[in-house]
Design a protein around this ligand. Sequence first.
Ligand code: WTA
Length: 635
Amino acid sequence: MSNYHIKHLEEYFQVYRNSVRNPEEFWEEIAEEHFVWRRRWDKVLKWDFDAPEVTWFQNAQLNITENCLDRHLDTRANKTAILFEPNNLEEAAQHISYSELHLRVCKMANVLRANGIQKGDRVCIYLPMIPELAVAVLACARVGAIHSVVFAGFSSIALSTRINDCDCKMVITSDGSYRGNKTIDLKGIVDVALEDCSEVSSVLVVNRIGSTIQMKEGRDQWLQPLLDKAKSTFTAEIMDAEDPLFILYTSGSTGKPKGMVHTCAGYMVYTAYTFKNIFQYREQDVYWCTADIGWITGHSYIVYGPLANGATTVMFEGVPSYPDYGRFWDIIEKHKITQFYTAPTAIRALAKEKLEFVEKYDLSSLKVLGTVGEPINEEAWHWYNNNIGKRKSPIVDTWWQTETGGILISPIPYVTPTTPTYATLPFIGIQPALMDENGEEMRENQVEGRLCIKFPWPSMARTIWGNHDRYRDTYFSAYKGKYFTGDGALRDAVGYYRITGRVDDVIIVSGHNLGTAPIEDSINEHPAVAESAIVGFPHDVKGNALYGFVILKETGEGRDRENLKKEINQQITEQIGPIAKLDKIQFVPGLPKTRSGKIMRRILRKIAGKDTKNLGDISTLLNPEVVQDIMDKAL
Ligand code: WTA
């Protein structure tokens, strides 16, 4: 038997060593013993990081939904698969069993097929955190369609860009969504987006809030009547191991968002295995990840990883502040949550509120706490440890990316001793490398550099949809033969990793990746704006917030500055979404530039972060005089 469930530190070291010495044998054993296959692989791994090309479980056949649903029907038919906690208190929680979920996925798959969806077609899912979102994801996988979930906080322009980039034929959405005491008109956003999407021939609409909406004849259909009529069985499409399972967009430092392509077999094996170990999942546990399925965390650790293990996974529709700041803790008590996985930004926001919100509730069911998405600062770590885990639940600080599909560096709870702010040790099979300024790998401990991974792992993204060159240039060209993460990290004396943050122009705001380029493009489209530059600055809740330096055109000079700021943020909200709004906007006469015309963001970052003591040599700038002016008027 393979070490599917690691239980102590020596075992971790032993399994780790084995996994990097004999990766093919190691992953073969995991794949063989813990999953169902329609056809066995011919070869476990083929790879070439120069091409780049990676194949796991070559020529194997499977359907991930048979692993997440069908195979549990013998032993877990009545076990809760999805525990849905609605936004509104007057609505009861729903316990959706494995057999019920299987039925709902089969019906949905029949509806997709009846509406022309075939293997390989792209389907955009733009839904709130309701069970239909998970059902739609799994139904696509069952039909062999490639799902592209777009976070329902994105604007219509961001949505249409994503729909068009991968030519989606269908959009699945809802009439609207609940968010705290507000409702959001999702269908209205979709309608605007689809004015620019000629390929979309069909829109399926979930009735969530019972609002009156426009239904376009011949294109839009209410989903429920179709499900009512649909057959309750659906033979899963047989997929090749390397067929795409989904596309998920993530921001790059330049250009349009990147559609990361994940494939079936490797993704399944790795997310399931990491889920089991990093959350020390046991059969009776009730696991809750607060992420949205619109992000990779939700894909891997709300849907696929937990369901592949036959787990009970919670989906929460609401927000941590509604009806008050005790909501998370209330849900933990109510459903006796055993594993709780959230983002540092949420922890910081909740730590600002009165402790009474926490103390009212019995949190004794908790066994494991997790964080993801951004570095967790020491203060937030201790607050989480003291008040939520009561110093009894280990915190797993999990480092990974949309591109990596699953967690790559993390403690294993009750196995790896934790240290605040450290993601600690590489997970089984993961071979990190820290690179110095000359592009050489630093092999010793107590070093800091750029984080690469030097050997493939099963759930790595295989390409960027429609742009393999960009995939190569972004991830495999900075360091030959290595995957470059875009993050900096240090390794301490015992070999623990601490992620220090992005080293490129991606800024992580409230755990969400934002590229500077699309935000600057959006600002620059404002008629009064000549040019702009965005940097991040430290923010006590969001981790980072955005600071915009904006040069106005002559025609904009006379305008009211406060109105201009509002208009700029409005424009960003419309084109990208409210998450990309700027906290501070400073109008400047110029931007510091190199002689070749490149904006020196380093200087702007220091000014925004009020750290101007050591600006470095600015005499080589094209326009050093603007620096003083920007500093004098900094916000
Ligand atoms: C950052 C989220 C520090 C990092 C799963 C990474 C982290 C980016 C951590 C990916 C962590 C994620 N500690 N930083 N535990 N986890 N990050 O694609 O900069 O939304 O490159 O994936 O988030 O964000 P993404």
